[in-house]
Design a protein around this ligand. Structure first.
Ligand SMILES: [Zn+2]
Length: 224
């Protein structure tokens, strides 16, 4: 085994020891059940570790990550996570979290070929194409971040449009969908106000969130 992997296992033993001494019985209590309130759908990027960013312990956050935090209606992996989180764990919040300077989003914006992942990133290009006229008005240096935010809003809308979440709302289950973006340069999360707690509100929330992003980048363009 390479030296670096030995380090990881050593780190793990230290981590488990630290948690167990701070909260005796912590791990055995998790054996009984997990009852997270939140489902995090984020990017696979190593700089965006879900639990750490919101300071939640194991057992408190159900997580799905993929390249560029995409929610596709035919992706059984993501849909299964949403279904389990909604129907079995009964999470109260589903949060789609993008991040600034996302490599997947940057590749989508620039039509950069990276390999098989091009086919996945296509979904972000669909977002780019839907908003291409507006993106043209954004200063070039800010376009990746603008598309990162648009992508969050679109993917959060996709969550609302899954049969899983719609059925949950239909039967009166309380579940709120959110869209956030994480800023790599300062470690802060921003709420993009794509907050939806029932299907009828999805369209208006989508329009409001888009308008807020557009206003913010328009202001930025004026300041340059
Ligand atoms: Zn990313």
């Amino acid at each position: 085994m390479s030296h670096s992997l030995t380090d990881l296992l050593d780190n793990n033993r230290r981590w488990a020891g630290k948690i167990e001494s701070a909260r005796p019985g912590f791990f055995t209590s998790l054996l009984q059940q997990q009852a997270p309130q939140y489902l995090w759908i984020g990017c696979a990027d190593s700089r965006v570790p879900a639990n750490e960013l919101v300071d939640l312990a194991p057992g408190e956050l159900f997580v799905h990550r993929n390249v560029a935090n995409v929610v596709v209606h035919s992706d059984l992996n993501c849909l299964s996570v949403i279904q389990f989180a909604t129907d079995v764990l009964k999470v109260r919040h589903i949060i789609v979290v993008g991040h600034s300077q996302c490599g997947g989003v940057a590749a989508a914006l620039a039509d950069r070929r990276v390999g098989l992942a091009d086919n996945w990133i296509r979904h972000v290009q669909d977002v780019r194409n839907r908003h291409s006229a507006w993106l043209e008005t954004v200063p070039e240096g800010e376009r990746v971040n603008a598309l990162c935010e648009l992508n969050v809003i679109e993917q959060a809308l996709n969550v609302c449009q899954t049969t899983i979440v719609q059925d949950a709302w239909q039967r009166g289950q309380e579940i709120i969908v959110h869209g956030w973006v994480y800023r790599l340069h300062n470690g802060l999360l921003k709420d993009l106000r794509m907050t939806v707690s029932r299907l009828d509100d999805a369209g208006a929330a989508y329009q409001d969130a888009l308008a807020a992003v557009q206003a913010r980048y328009a202001e930025l363009a004026r300041a340059l």
